[in-house]
Ligand binder design. Sequence first.
Ligand code: ASP
Length: 326
Amino acid sequence: MSSRLLALAGSLLFALSAEAAVPVLVIHGGAGVVKADLTPEKAKLVRADLERALEAGYAVLKSGGDSLDAVTKAIVVLEDSPRFNAGKGAVFTHDGHNELDASIMDGATQRAGAVAGLRRIRNPILLARAVMEKSEHVFMVGEGAEAFAKSVGFSFVDPKYFYTEERWQALQKALRTEREQQAEPGKTPHHGTVGAVALDSKGHLAAGTSTGGMTNKRFGRVGDSPIIGAGTYANASCAVSSTGWGEYYIRAVVAHDICARVEYAKTPVAEAAKQVVMDIIPKLGGDGGVIAIDAEGNIATPYNTDGMYRGWVDKDGKVHVALLAE
Ligand code: ASP
C-alpha cells in the first residue's frame, strides 16, 4: 500500500473512532426492595447476580457488539437467577401458576417484540426478540405465543422449573391476607422485574424488560412490562425499562413519556425520568422505578420505593451496583 493510501486509511480510522460512542449499560432487578427483608446474605447474592448480568452484557458492548444483544444477554442472566421476579423465581398467580411477560425494543429501527402469559418458556426475553425478528407482529400472548415459539424452534420447560419456595410462600401470605382482611385482589405489589438499557459504540440504544408480573394476579392480568411504551421503550435518543406497579405504569405510559420529554421538550434524561417516577406515578397512587439512558450515555435510575436493585457500567467502563439509597 502506498504511503498516501496508508495515511488516508489512518485518517478514516481516526474519524470513525472519533465518532464512535462510548458504550454504557444499565440494568435493574426490580424496585420492590423492602429494606427490612434485605439480609446481608441476600444482598450479597443479589449483588453477585447483578454483576454477572453486567459482565455478560458489557462484554458484548466492549467488543463492538449491538445494544440489542447486550440487553438480551444481561436479561437472560437475571431471568436464570431465582432471586428476581422473572424467568426462574417468577411470582405466582392467584391460581398457583407462573405467567411470564417480556418485551424488547431496538432504538435505531424502533422495531419491537413482546410476549405475555407464557408458562413454559425459560427465557421470555428471547421469545420477545424472536417475535421482533422472526414474525411480522409485535405482541403475542399465551398459547399463541408458545405455538409461535415452537414454530421457530424454542424448547419448552416444565412449568415447575419456575418454582421457588420463597415465591410460593409469598403467594400463600397474599392469599391469607386477602382472606383475613378481605383485601381487594391485586393489591399486593411486588416489583422484582428485571430490565436493561444500553448504548453501543455505533450510538444505538435498546431496552428490554422481563417479569413474572405481580403475586396473586388473576384473570390473565398483564402489567406494563411487555407493553411497548409503558414497560419498555427505545428510540434514537432515549431508552427506558420500567419496574413498578404495572396498572399505574400502563396508565402513565411511563417509558414513552420519559423519552418524549427527552426528545420533544429537550429535558435532560435524569430530569425527565425523575418527573415521571417521583411526581406523576405517586400522584396517581402507584410506585416503582425506571432505568433510562440517552444517546450521549447519560443515565438515570430513579425510584420511589425503599430501593431498586440496579447496576451500570459507565463511560469509564467502571461497574457499579446498588440496592438501596447508597
Ligand atoms: N411492572 C411489573 C408488573 O406490574 C411488576 C414489577 O415491576 O415488578 O407486572
